[in-house]
Design a protein around this ligand. Structure first.
Ligand code: HAM
Length: 444
């Protein structure tokens, strides 16, 4: 086990080499949060039968333009797009669903037993204005189910996204809506546009543009002037066709059964064009309406077809990892402590170091939690490091121990030392380490 990393004091880096705005290093002290989240995601995936599917970070820009929509903020303002050396227009993925659908079509998942359940955990990129909870590189975990239209799947995915937080006693609620399908949405959009046009001059410049290109997006505009207009607008649910209505009612019934804390919210329309029917977001309860969502998802029954597959219903969600971590910190959610080593191996002199290298490997083979600083020469420095790590015993080999073929064992708490035959050390250690440190402590 490497010696614990001490956080460096912040130093100035020449400007050219600084982190890009909106990008972050994930430092060693943060890793336990990332491990914790990844473990929870794997557990949920196992519990509900999802397999990991990772798609490339770089894809053809056309994939996202077609899926997310050329008029969406994500594509029109935030996507990192460039020509590569082969003159191909490529993009850093701004989201995960398009890649999963491409992969599903490209690898013939269509011809396997349906539905296909996949999850992912990785970095995404949006050139948004960096602020708290909004980076240009951020991580998401996402769950997608392709090849089945049953509303129980919408409810199950909403439940998984909710459970991820609720099980940790984080106060969250699901904001859910149905935005209809290509059969019923046009009538709604027509009505919405007619009314919005009357208020055109009160809308923000972005929404004036959305009015012609993507009126649905006006509904989730955070601008105060637009919010005032939004209070009296018609709701998507009042325009749903029979099929969409039946679907939505079923989803809500399943959610009741699963005891999900949800709220019907006509303003949830999502910022990506591929959604049909169910759409939802996860919010922290009790914060104001302007807060960033912890996660979001919805059905996308047209996307496989649009990207060249045959008509295939699908539904999924993704949650932001950094936003989850910030809530875990705010709410003092206990995550695993870094495991502390129980033994430290210290050496004095070249020959002793060689022997200690061998001893270290033997200890690892026996699954001891062990630490070292083989690059240090001074015994004092090594004992200081052992102390900082809080190990129980330090095993030392110097000139005398080399000659006698022994190991000096120091109890770090009492300072008592004893000499043990090198050949017997592996049999001796279990006797003094009867209360071995458990690997799975979850104290804070
Ligand atoms: P999204 O709502 O764009 O949906 O993103 C999902 C989550 O990613 C957000 O709720 C938020 O937690 C996080 N997120 C988004 N942008 C940022 C950012 N700039 N900084 C930090 N966190 C961010 C999607 O991406 C869809 N692909 C979800 C989905 C999957 N729908 C169906 N399947």
């Amino acid at each position: 086990m490497p010696a614990k990393l001490i956080m460096p004091a912040k130093a100035k880096v020449p400007k050219n080499y600084n982190l890009l705005r909106g990008f972050k290093d994930i430092l060693p002290a943060e890793q336990r949060y990332w491990d914790f989240i990844q473990q929870r995601v794997y557990k949920l995936a196992d519990d509900y039968g999802f397999s990991r599917l990772e798609t490339p970070i770089l894809e053809s820009a056309a994939l996202f333009i077609r899926s997310v929509g050329s008029d969406s903020d994500i594509v029109s303002k935030e996507m990192y797009t460039f020509l590569d050396q082969g003159n191909d227009k490529v993009a850093l993925r701004p989201e995960g669903t398009a890649g999963v659908v491409r992969s599903y079509i490209e690898h013939g998942f269509l011809n396997q037993p349906q539905p296909v359940k996949a999850f992912y955990f990785g970095p995404f990129f949006r050139h948004d204005r960096p602020q708290a909870g909004r980076q240009r590189q951020f991580w998401q975990f996402g769950f997608e189910v392709l090849g089945d239209s049953n509303p129980v799947l919408d409810a199950q995915l909403i439940h998984i996204s909710y459970k991820f937080y609720a099980e940790l006693n984080l106060p969250v609620q699901v904001e859910v809506n149905s935005i209809g399908c290509p059969n019923c949405r046009p009538a709604y959009l027509k009505e919405l546009t007619t009314i919005l046009k009357k208020h055109r001059k009160n809308l923000c410049p972005d929404c004036q543009l959305r009015l012609t290109k993507n009126p649905l997006r006006v509904l989730d505009c955070k601008n105060k002037d637009c919010q005032a207009v939004l209070t009296d607008l018609p709701q998507t649910v009042d325009f749903l066709c029979e099929d969409c209505k039946k679907h939505f009612v079923s989803v809500l019934e399943y959610l009741d059964e699963l005891e999900v804390n949800y709220n019907l919210n006509p303003r949830i329309v999502r910022g990506l064009d591929y959604y049909t029917k169910t759409a939802w977001e996860i919010l922290e309860t009790g914060r104001d309406g302007q807060q960033d969502s912890l996660g979001g998802g919805g059905r996308y029954d047209e996307l496989v077809n649009e990207l060249g597959g045959r008509p295939t219903p699908a539904v999924g969600f993704a949650c932001g990892v950094e936003r989850a971590i910030s809530r875990f910190k705010n709410h003092d959610i206990a995550v695993k402590q870094p495991v502390r080593p129980e033994l430290y191996v210290a050496q004095l002199g070249l020959e002793a170091r060689k022997k200690c290298l061998r001893l270290y490997e033997q200890l690892l083979q026996r699954d001891y939690l062990v630490a070292e600083s083989f690059s240090k020469d001074s015994l004092k420095d090594q004992l200081e490091a052992a102390n900082k790590l809080g190990v129980k015993y330090t095993l030392m080999i110097g000139q005398k121990e080399l000659v006698d073929d022994t190991v000096l064992i120091r109890d770090m708490e009492s300072g008592i030392q004893e000499v043990v035959d090198f050949k017997k050390i592996l049999d001796y250690l279990p006797k003094i380490l009867s209360n071995r440190v458990s690997n799975s402590r979850t104290d804070k």
